[in-house]
Design a protein around this ligand. Structure first.
Ligand SMILES: Nc1nc2c(ncn2[C@@H]2O[C@H](COP(=O)(O)OP(=O)(O)OP(=O)(O)O)[C@@H](O)[C@H]2O)c(=O)[nH]1
Ligand SMILES: [Mg+2]
Length: 301
């Protein structure tokens, strides 16, 4: 399956929801008037774009319609696709140019952190990068085992301690191993945590201090993994994590299992943090580098 086909497949449920009705929505109007924009705004809110983003989309769309002198409601669909695509665009590339650089993966329980790491390892490996994974979710032995399976599948090294070990110590060892082995990237798996649990956020801060000290000039990504099926809740989680942990990017998982794909649009606009990857399934090749234009095209195709 090609790249575009795969996003389309991953967005199947979202398209079966509100975005699939966009064509008939525009066809139900004979002229472009304020009523069209108001109803479109409601439609976008219902599609999990969030109220501020839906309002912003319609604002920009009004301008675009004026500028282009568009008269036919059916043509507004293409303008809408452009507006949404431009809104989501910018900053998607991972910045991991120094060796070793670090990717810290965080988020609440069960959102798909470990799975995303497995997929990301496979993708970086296929680009010829050497990856060391740090098993810094030491909360459960099963978490370490699960990550070890992904390391095996993707052909990456893993550094692990036993259950209950200090996550920051695991990170220290993983960075040392990466330096010694000439690895390009250290990817750090962490335990699921709520942003309001202070001791867990302190644990993240401790990991960050190890990275500050051991890789002072290294590139670092802090990726927050969000479960798309939680819709606007995901946006709220991201706001909280942004304040406490500092984020460089978002990975939005489980898009294949939800009609709430519109949340991708809200995240960039509401948060100012780019979506860098999307998860569209449970298999190793089901992670896609986020491409705003292709995403918008898949939504409206
Ligand atoms: N359909 C689908 N399932 C996914 C995706 N990403 C992850 N999952 C599933 O979500 C479940 C949880 O994934 P994990 O990777 O274990 O999540 P986690 O965030 O590491 O969980 P904790 O370590 O317990 O906090 C697993 O069953 C994964 O297969 C995705 O993009 N699509
Ligand atoms: Mg995990």
């Amino acid at each position: 399956m090609g790249f575009f086909e795969k996003i389309k497949q991953g967005l199947k449920k979202t398209k079966e929801g509100i975005f699939g009705k966009i064509d008939s929505f525009f066809k139900s109007f004979t002229k472009i008037d304020e009523e069209l924009f108001e109803e479109l705004e409601e439609l976008l809110i219902a599609a999990d774009c969030g109220a501020p983003t839906a309002a912003e989309i319609c604002e920009q769309l009004r301008k675009r319609v004026k500028e282009t002198g568009t008269k036919d409601p059916a043509e507004v669909k293409n303008l809408l696709q452009d507006v949404i695509s431009e809104m989501m665009d910018g900053g998607q590339e991972l910045v991991i140019n120094t060796t070793p650089s670090a990717i810290l993966v965080i988020g609440v329980n069960g959102v798909g952190k470990t799975t995303t790491i497995g997929k990301l390892c496979a993708s970086l490996r296929s680009q010829g990068k050497k990856v060391v994974i740090a098993a810094a979710d030491t909360f459960r032995a099963a978490a370490i085992d699960q990550l070890a399976i992904w390391a095996d599948r993707s052909g990456c090294d893993i550094v692990k301690h036993s259950e209950g070990a200090d996550p920051a110590a695991v990170v220290f060892d993983a960075v040392s191993a990466a330096k010694a082995r000439g690895a390009d990237v250290v990817i750090i798996d962490t335990a699921g945590r709520l942003h309001n649990k202070k001791y867990l956020m302190d644990e993240l801060a401790k990991i960050s201090r190890v990275l500050d000290r051991e890789l002072p000039d290294g590139d670092r990504e802090v990726l927050l993994v969000l479960d798309a099926t939680t819709g606007q809740n995901a946006v709220n989680q991201a706001k909280a994590f942004k304040e406490t942990a500092g984020l460089t990017g978002i990975v939005l998982t489980k898009l294949d299992g939800t009609a709430r794909g519109g949340v991708v649009i809200a995240i960039k606009q509401d948060l100012g943090v780019p979506v860098k990857y999307i998860g569209v399934g449970e298999q190793i090749d089901d992670l896609q580098a986020f491409d705003a234009r292709e995403f918008a095209r898949a939504l409206f195709d």
